[in-house]
Design a protein. Structure first.
Lengths: 324, 554, 281
């Protein structure tokens, strides 16, 4: 099993390399200039502009630029962000943990809630709890995330004042608070963005988990368990769930990139300066080193998460999963 | 009942007891939270372009003297002493001697000296630094330092705005901290991520794209500011920026957008404060086809056609739709707030039937009755480039599209992200675009924006409009020494631009800041709302937990 | 086998409901010019008639430019459904072709296509599309179809490849090959019909994914260009007024979520029908 993990990881490395080349090529063909915004209206002689471009190696042919960039990367140097005027590593090390927390919370919360909803639905199959939750989860998938985020921000945040509108922490002497209070404060700011994102995750998980559970419920061993006189709830939890959860975990790994994509808009609405927002702004600013690093990181993240979830799914449910 | 967001934390705080004492009730104190939509791009004054970068750098660094509330740019009338306690002119006006305030200190305690002024001048004029306003200092020949508190500025020529151009642009920089860094490396220097300035506020911390914190400078030579600190909180989404103010999480918002106005609470918690503005927006026509040949544009090289489109434009309706009463139709290539503005100029009036007749006479006719005009088989159709980042300009594009459709002109709106927009504008790869500028108090910028492309002018004239009368009048105006003559020449230049219609002057938004009622603000200056911030205060009765000062790390 | 899957689906209440919703939306799109009370791009009076609340004349009110929201949503259905259907067709065709190629030819072709899938699946689709829009500049609906369709074929390809490889081992295929049928004939005559229900599931899911994507693109200002109404840009026009004229988003939200929801239900029921079929087989 670990051998397979290893081969997956080498495969993943190859994937990342291809992504890097593809993104690099794409950026090269995009119109615009990393210095366009900084220099709008500035009286910078052509010679100085050329010197600036040369400093970042932008005067060289694309292939040479790529080799240079990859070489620096091999030495652990992600390059210098032209829009942030900071090393890329510094930008990423600040933004990445924020997204990790946001997406991670949404994943854990959403997964737990989704599985729980599916269990309840299976327990009460075709009765009102099942139908009600079906409507909710359908809405959770069908409603545009950015609209939910805006509604939550304007009504729950601004209008009713139940949650902070935006940001990652309180102002004032918050920096001097004891750790637990700062942690509470952080979670309180995380609540809205993570909830909106986890609603989408929970809906998707619940829909798949319900289908998987229902199909497993018809299997012989479930019937046997029932015949042994076990309660319905126990049958579902002890016998059906372990056999039905594997594919859902694997699916979660596959859904991760779309979650990161959705996080862009959520981060924007809730003023949560994570990787999604960083990547989006870097893209608009034509900040090549930052875009490359961010995309690469997202890819590594996605590939690792996918490998991990497949691995977990294998461990949890070694049986070949049913087509769901 | 509406719970303030901070209410929860007050409760959490109460549980803690001692560490959360009530704020002391002194008149000074309190922290102003400013909600902004874009973070500062840099904290290095020569490179500060955007409003936010300017706001932060001008709170951190003082200038030699500050422009007065009348925003006069001629001579030194109205300018208030800052780092320079006084100044004197030589008889020929080619030299101004500034005496620095001996109390002025950098935030690290070192005195501000004449060498800092000299150093700043060198940095600003060094082309490898890339200072945005380098051109404004072109009239300065050199700066000498007879003693450590005297800076003598030698000018190349006498101009009415020489004092303004120097003082409004240049901010003395701490030579003792920066001189060791090569000029070309300054823009990326880590020293400038935690800058040491001379202004009323000193730097505390910066989390890019999230928040930037400044604390009042207790040793400020002009007296300690009323506020304990200023915190800028950033959110990219416009709705979020406004929501922060409306929810009470922020105290100040530089510019309320038209939809924000409808949301202002009726209980007066947040009020709108008007402060003029130096913005104007326009539809710019490209007079040249793209490509290396630089041929005249098939549609827009004809001034009569440009006039006809202007006549077909109902600016009044456009302004009312987007801004209600929060903007006025623009008059010409200037803002009403500039002192050279002239609202008596004769513009091109909205006259749809006149536009129809003019278009007919130009040969653009709808012979096949498809509602669209053609000439020699080619339809009267062009694209209108709009930046995707500006909701107001997008709205203007949608309204113009419908207005021009009425007279048989077909417009394709093209939204592009701002970088692509700028790229196409600079390359001249567009038919028409909706642009917007924030001018400075001086009318001089008009030469770069609308002057014929050539040395010393027209660098940002994306439409390549070229008009000898306009150029000559602007040159005469900038060289004239008495105010009446300056006004007369600008008036003639503006009229030439209006008549030749290189653009349709659309609207001038009136800026309204959103201010929470707990904040007492001084009058806001149209070019820099933050200019009087040292005298702002926060009502002691309305202090919040967030007003407690951040304890300084040792 | 596949035929009876369709039969099951036809007798499924939820599936019929969902099909009805999709049919109604499609009909509304086709009949938009006759159903709409107003011209969707006309601005009768941008000053006096903007942001009207719902009334009998304007069932869903008027937008910030005094245009009738209902008429815009009806016409927007043409663009949004058109883009979604076009992108779905493109991604399903592309996915089926590449998946079949990978399964049938195998070897390095399989490896190459598998690698491509692995690369694309690891990148956030929304960001990829934004990057491409920024690269190519303003997009016509046709380009949007090409971009969204071209980035959405992964799921179909994976499903088709897996199913094909499964079927290629089955007796009926081996028998057909023994009888001298060529590989591509088997694909055409036996395999494609066999995987059709699975592909239909993927198609419904692809369709359901495109509509929110178009809306998200509009939200960042890079979607369908005005004056052409699309559900995304109608929604965007409403989001500025969420607290003051909240009714503006009602119609576009109902359209988006109704259509997406119906497509998802259809995909679900189809999947359930396939599972039932396999269990009984």
């Amino acid at each position: 099993m670990f051998g397979r993990l290893l081969s997956r990881l080498t495969h993943a490395a190859a994937v990342c390399a291809v992504v890097a080349v593809a993104v690099f090529a794409l950026l090269q063909s995009a119109p615009g200039d990393p210095f366009a915004l900084a220099l709008e209206g500035a009286d910078v002689p052509a010679a100085v502009r050329a010197e600036w471009r040369a400093r970042y190696g932008l005067d060289q042919p694309p292939a040479a630029q790529f080799v240079r960039w990859a070489g620096a990367l091999a030495r652990g140097d992600f390059g210098y962000s032209t829009s942030r005027r900071q090393p890329v590593a510094a930008v990423v090390s600040e933004a990445f943990p924020r997204t990790l927390v946001l997406v991670g919370t949404a994943l854990v919360l959403g997964f737990a809630a989704g599985v729980w909803i599916a269990l309840v639905q299976t327990r009460h199959h075709r009765r009102w709890p099942d139908r009600a939750f079906s409507m909710v989860t359908l809405a959770g998938v069908a409603l545009p995330e950015f609209l939910l985020a805006l509604l939550a921000m304007t009504w729950l945040g601004a209008r009713w004042g139940l949650f902070p509108v935006a940001g990652v922490g309180s102002l004032g002497d918050a920096a001097a608070w004891p750790l637990w209070l700062r942690a509470v404060d952080f979670l309180w700011h995380l609540a809205l963005p993570a909830s909106v994102l986890s609603l989408a995750v929970a809906s998707r998980v619940a829909r798949h988990q319900r289908a998987a559970l229902l199909s497993v419920m018809r299997e012989d061993y479930v019937r046997t368990a029932r015949a042994k006189g076990l309660g319905e709830w126990q049958v579902i939890r002890r016998h059906a769930l372990p056999n039905a959860i594997g594919p859902v975990i694997a699916l979660l790994g596959l859904a991760l990139p779309s979650l990161v994509g959705g996080a862009v808009l959520i981060e924007r609405v809730f003023g949560w300066p994570g990787m999604g927002l960083t990547l989006f702004e870097a893209l608009l600013a034509r900040d090549y080193p930052l875009v490359l690093a961010a995309v690469l990181l997202a890819t590594v993240f996605a590939v690792v998460a996918r490998t991990l979830t497949e691995f977990i799914a294998d461990v949890v449910a070694p049986r070949r999963p049913q087509a769901t | 009942m509406r719970l303030l967001p901070s209410r929860w934390l007050i409760l959490a705080c109460a549980a803690l007891g001692a560490s959360c004492r009530a704020p002391d009730a002194a008149v000074s104190g309190g922290i102003l939270v400013v909600s902004v939509g874009a973070d500062a791009e840099t904290l290095f004054p020569p490179l500060a372009v955007g409003t936010q970068s300017r706001a932060v750098t001008e709170l951190l660094y003082d200038k030699l003297a500050e422009i007065g509330p009348s925003l006069n740019t001629i001579g030194d009338v109205g300018f208030a002493p800052k780092l320079a306690r006084s100044w004197s002119w030589s008889a020929d006006s080619l030299t101004i001697t500034f005496r620095l305030d001996p109390r002025a200190r950098w935030h690290d305690g070192r005195p501000v000296i004449a060498a800092d002024v000299q150093y700043a001048f060198r940095v600003w004029t060094d082309s490898t630094v890339g200072a945005v306003q380098r051109q404004a200092l072109a009239g300065v020949d050199s700066i000498s330092a007879p003693d450590s508190l005297t800076a003598r500025v030698h000018f190349r020529e006498r101009t009415p705005e020489q004092f303004y151009a120097l003082v409004y642009t240049l901010m003395p920089l701490p030579r003792h901290r920066l001189a060791g860094i090569a000029d070309s490396a300054l823009q990326n220097s880590s020293e400038l991520r935690a800058p040491v300035g001379s202004g009323p506020f000193r730097f505390v911390s910066w989390t890019p794209r999230a928040r930037l914190e400044l604390a009042s400078n207790p040793a400020y030579y002009l007296g300690r500011p009323g506020l304990d600190g200023v915190v800028f909180v950033v959110a990219a989404q416009g709705a979020t920026v406004a929501a922060r103010l409306l929810a009470g999480e922020a105290d100040f918002l530089e510019q309320l957008s038209p939809p924000d106005f409808a949301q202002l609470p009726s209980d007066g918690r947040v009020r709108a404060v008007s402060y003029g503005g130096f913005d104007y927006a326009f539809v710019q026509f490209n007079l040249q086809e793209g490509g290396p040949l630089a041929r005249p544009h098939a549609i827009f090289s004809d001034a009569a056609l440009r006039r006809a489109l202007t006549m077909a434009t109902n600016r009044q309706a456009l302004v009312r739709n987007i801004f209600d009463t929060l903007a006025r139709p623009a008059i010409g290539p200037f803002s009403r707030t500039q002192w050279t503005a002239d609202s008596m100029l004769s513009g091109i009036r909205h006259d749809p039937s006149g536009a129809t007749r003019l278009l007919d006479s130009l040969g653009w006719r709808d012979d096949d009755r498809n509602g669209l005009r053609e000439r020699a088989g080619k339809p009267l159709r062009f694209s209108l480039l709009v930046p995707a980042s500006s909701r107001t300009r997008q709205a203007a594009a949608v309204l113009l599209q419908a207005q021009w459709r009425e007279v048989g002109v077909l417009v394709d709106i093209e939204q592009a992200d701002f970088n692509a927009f700028l790229d196409r504008a600079q390359r001249g790869a567009f038919d028409a675009l909706i642009g917007g500028v924030r001018t400075s108090p001086s009318p001089r910028g008009v030469r770069e924006l609308w002057g014929s492309p050539g040395p010393g002018r027209g660098r940002q004239n994306w439409g390549k409009w070229s008009n000898a009368v306009f150029d000559a009048q602007v040159d005469s105006a900038l060289a004239a020494s008495n105010i009446t003559a300056v006004r007369a020449h600008f008036r003639a230049a503006y009229q030439a631009a209006i008549d030749d219609a290189p653009a349709i002057w659309l609207y001038e938004p009136r800026l309204f800041a959103g201010v929470h009622r707990r904040v007492k603000v001084a009058p806001l200056r149209p070019d820099a709302w933050w200019s009087g911030i040292s005298t702002w205060s926060i009502d002691p009765a309305q202090r919040l937990p967030r007003d407690r000062r951040v304890p300084r790390a040792p | 086998m596949a035929a009876s899957t369709w039969h099951r689906l036809r007798h499924d209440g939820a599936a019929r409901g969902a099909a009805f919703v999709l049919g109604a939306v499609a009909a509304a799109a086709l009949l938009a010019p006759w159903l709409s009370p107003f011209d969707p791009t006309a601005q009768p009076d941008p000053v006096a008639l903007r942001l009207l609340s719902p009334s009998w004349a304007h069932l869903f009110g008027t937008d910030p430019f005094s245009r009738d929201v209902l008429s815009r949503v009806l016409h927007g259905a043409r663009v949004s459904l058109g883009v979604a259907a076009g992108a779905m067709l493109l991604s399903v065709t592309l996915g089926a072709a590449l998946g079949a190629l990978a399964a049938v030819v195998g070897g390095w072709v399989d490896a190459a296509i598998g690698g491509l899938v692995d690369v694309l699946i690891a990148m956030p689709r929304l960001l990829v599309v934004i990057a491409l829009v920024a690269t190519f500049g303003t997009l016509s609906p046709w380009w949007l179809v090409a971009l969204i369709g071209g980035s959405g074929w992964l799921t179909t390809a994976r499903i088709v490849r897996a199913e094909f490889r499964d079927h290629l081992q089955r007796e009926y295929v081996l028998a057909a090959r023994a009888l001298g049928a060529t590989r591509w004939r088997i694909v055409w005559r036996h395999l494609l019909p066999a995987v059709a229900p699975q592909v239909a599931v993927a198609a419904a899911l692809a369709f359901a994914a495109v509509i929110p994507l178009e809306a998200a693109l509009s939200f960042v200002g890079l979607g369908i260009q005005p004056p052409l109404p699309s559900w995304g840009n109608i929604l965007l026009d409403g989001t500025d007024y969420l607290t003051t004229a909240w009714w503006l988003v009602l119609a576009p939200v109902a359209a988006v979520s109704g259509t997406v929801g119906a497509a998802l239900v259809l995909a679900d029921r189809l999947r359930a029908a396939i599972a039932d079929e396999e269990r009984e087989a």
